[in-house]
Design a protein around this ligand. Structure first.
Ligand SMILES: [Zn+2]
Length: 478
C-alpha cells in the first residue's frame, strides 16, 4: 500500500528584543552562565512579571506578515510542568487565546500552508549535560525568560522537501521583519515536526509522532524522511504507530522514542493571575501594519523591476536580507546592477562558501566592491586581477586601492611600455609569427598568452591585442 505523509511544524523563534519578556535582564547570546538573571527570571517567590511591550509588537509583526487575524483581546497562561531548566515549574505561555491565528504562507508552487496560531511565551534555561562517566547536569538560566514566538502550522505539508522549503521561507521572513536572528545553530530558531501517514488518496489521519531535537534544515528533511520510512514499515506489517515524542539522533541519523506524548490537559493550563489581559487597540495594530518592512517576495519583485535582474539573480540575492542590503549598498557606488549581481553571485558567494561565512559576517565594505567593479569597467585592472584583488578585500576588509598599491597590481595600459614586451615576444617566438603570417590566426592567441605571462597578467588584454596585430600586420607588408 502507498502512504502519504501529513506533516505539521511547530516553530519557536527567539525574539531579538534587548531585554527578556518579563524582566529587564539582557537577552544577549553567549554570556557567562547565569550572569543575565534576576529574581524574576529565576522564579524566586514574591517576584512579579511585567510584560515587555516589544514582545507583543514583534509577535504582531510576524502575524501581520503571515496574513493572520490579530486578536483584540488576549491573555497569558501558565503551562505547568516540572523540569530543572524551568525554575518556576511553569512556563508563561498562551493557550486558548493566542495573539495571532489563521494565517498562511505559500510555497513556491503556490500551495498555501495554513498557520494555525502564533503566540508569545518565555524560553526555559539551558541544561548542560556532563559528558564524563559520572552523570550530572549544569543549568544556565541566562536563557530563562528570553521571549519566544511559537508558530504552529496546520498539517498541510506533504513531503520533507515541502517542510524544509516552508521553514526556509519562514526564517527569511522573520529575519526581514527584524524580530529574530533565526540562527538554528545557536538555538534561536527551533523546529519540532508532527508527522503521520495515511493511505494514499484517503482523508483518514493516522497516529502522529512528534519529532524533536532538529537542529538544522538538513536534519529536518532527514528526520522526516526517516520517520516516513519507519512508519511505512510498521503500517505495511499492520503494526500500530505509537503516539509519542521521538528524538532525532544526528550522529546515528535516526529517531528514537523519548516519551509517550503528553496531552494538553497534562499541563493544567490556567490564566496567569500576575499578568493583566492584553487588549489591543486597532489603531496600535494598524500602526504596526503600516510600519512593516519590505518582505522577501516584494524585494525580489522590486529587484526585477528596478534593476532589471533576471528572476534567478533576484531570488538568490534576496534569499538573504543581508546580501540584498549589501547588493543595494554596492549600487550606491556603482551603476551596473547586472554586473554587480554577477560578481556577487560568482566571486562573493564562492568565497563565502569556501569560508563557511554568513552574509551578516561579511568584512567587505560594499563601497569597496563598487569601486573595484568601476576600476574593472574602466580598464584600470583586468577582470582576472579584479578577482584576485577581491579575494584580498574579502579576507582582509582592506580597500582595493590599498591592495593595488601594496601589490603593484595596476593594469598596464601604457602603449609604449607594452610595445616593448610585444616586440620581445615577437622575437622570441618566430615560429608562431610565421604561423600567423601563414594564415593561422590562432597563433596570435598564443603570443598574447606569452605577453600576459611576461607582464604577470598585468597587461590590458585589449591594448596588447591591438598592438600585436598591428605589429604583425606591419611585418606582413614588409
Ligand atoms: Zn531577569
Amino acid at each position: 500500500m502507498n502512504f502519504e505523509a501529513v506533516i505539521g511544524l511547530e516553530v519557536h523563534a527567539e525574539l531579538s528584543t534587548k531585554t527578556k519578556i518579563f524582566c529587564a535582564c539582557s537577552t544577549k547570546f553567549g554570556a557567562e552562565a547565569n550572569t543575565q538573571t534576576c529574581p524574576v527570571c529565576l522564579g524566586l517567590p514574591g517576584t512579579l512579571p511585567v510584560l515587555n511591550e516589544k514582545v507583543v509588537e514583534y509577535c504582531l509583526r510576524a502575524g501581520l506578515a503571515l496574513n493572520c487575524q490579530i486578536t483584540d483581546w488576549s491573555k497569558l497562561d501558565r503551562k505547568n510542568y516540572f523540569y530543572p531548566d524551568l525554575p518556576k515549574a511553569y512556563q508563561i505561555s498562551q493557550s486558548d487565546l493566542p495573539l495571532c491565528r489563521d494565517g498562511s504562507l505559500s510555497l513556491a508552487s503556490g500551495k498555501p500552508i495554513r498557520i494555525t496560531r502564533i503566540h508569545i511565551e518565555e524560553d526555559a534555561g539551558k541544561l548542560i549535560h556532563s559528558t564524563e562517566g559520572e552523570g550530572y547536569s549544569l543549568v544556565d538560566y541566562n536563557r530563562a525568560g528570553v521571549p519566544l514566538i511559537e508558530i504552529v502550522t496546520a498539517p498541510d505539508l506533504a513531503t520533507p522537501e515541502e517542510a524544509v522549503e516552508f521553514l526556509e521561507k519562514l526564517r527569511r521572513i522573520l529575519i526581514y521583519l527584524g524580530i529574530s536572528d533565526c540562527k538554528m545553530e545557536e538555538g534561536s530558531l527551533r523546529c519540532d515536526a508532527n508527522i503521520s501517514l495515511k493511505p494514499a488518496g484517503t482523508k483518514q489521519l493516522g497516529t502522529k509522532t512528534e519529532l524533536k531535537n532538529i537542529n538544522s534544515f538538513k536534519a529536518l528533511g532527514r528526520a522526516l524522511a526517516y520517520e516516513i520510512e519507519r512508519q511505512s514499515e510498521l503500517l505495511a506489517e499492520e503494526k500500530t504507530v505509537k503516539q509519542e515524542t521521538r528524538k532525532w539522533e544526528e550522529a546515528k541519523q535516526r529517531t528514537l522514542s523519548m516519551r509517550s506524548k503528553e496531552e494538553a490537559q497534562d499541563y493544567r493550563y490556567f490564566p496567569d493571575p500576575d499578568l493583566v489581559p492584553i487588549e489591543l487597540d486597532p489603531d496600535y495594530v494598524a500602526e504596526i501594519a503600516a510600519a512593516l518592512p519590505e518582505l522577501p517576495e516584494e524585494k525580489k519583485h522590486r529587484f526585477i523591476e528596478d534593476y532589471h535582474l533576471p528572476e534567478y539573480d533576484a531570488e538568490l540575492i534576496t534569499g538573504s536580507k543581508y546580501l540584498a542590503d549589501f547588493f543595494e549598498a554596492v549600487l550606491k557606488h556603482y551603476c551596473n546592477p547586472k554586473a554587480a549581481s554577477n560578481f556577487i553571485m560568482g566571486e562573493l558567494l564562492r568565497l563565502m562558501g569556501e569560508e563557511g561565512l554568513d552574509p551578516e559576517d561579511l568584512k567587505v565594505n560594499p563601497a569597496h566592491l563598487g569601486d573595484l567593479l568601476q576600476r574593472i569597467d574602466e580598464g584600470e585592472i583586468s577582470i582576472t586581477q579584479g578577482k584576485k584583488i577581491f579575494e584580498r578585500v574579502f579576507r582582509t576588509g582592506a580597500s582595493p586601492e590599498e591592495i593595488i598599491q601594496a601589490e603593484g597590481l595596476r593594469q598596464i595600459s601604457d602603449q609604449t611600455q607594452l610595445l616593448i614586451v610585444v616586440n620581445k615576444v615577437i622575437q622570441d617566438y618566430p615560429q608562431s609569427v610565421r604561423d600567423y603570417l601563414g594564415g593561422k590566426e590562432k597563433a596570435a592567441g598564443f603570443l598574447i598568452g606569452q605577453i600576459m605571462r611576461e607582464t604577470k597578467g598585468q597587461a590590458n588584454p585589449q591594448v596588447i591585442k591591438g598592438l600585436l596585430i598591428e605589429e604583425l600586420e606591419k611585418m606582413r607588408q614588409e
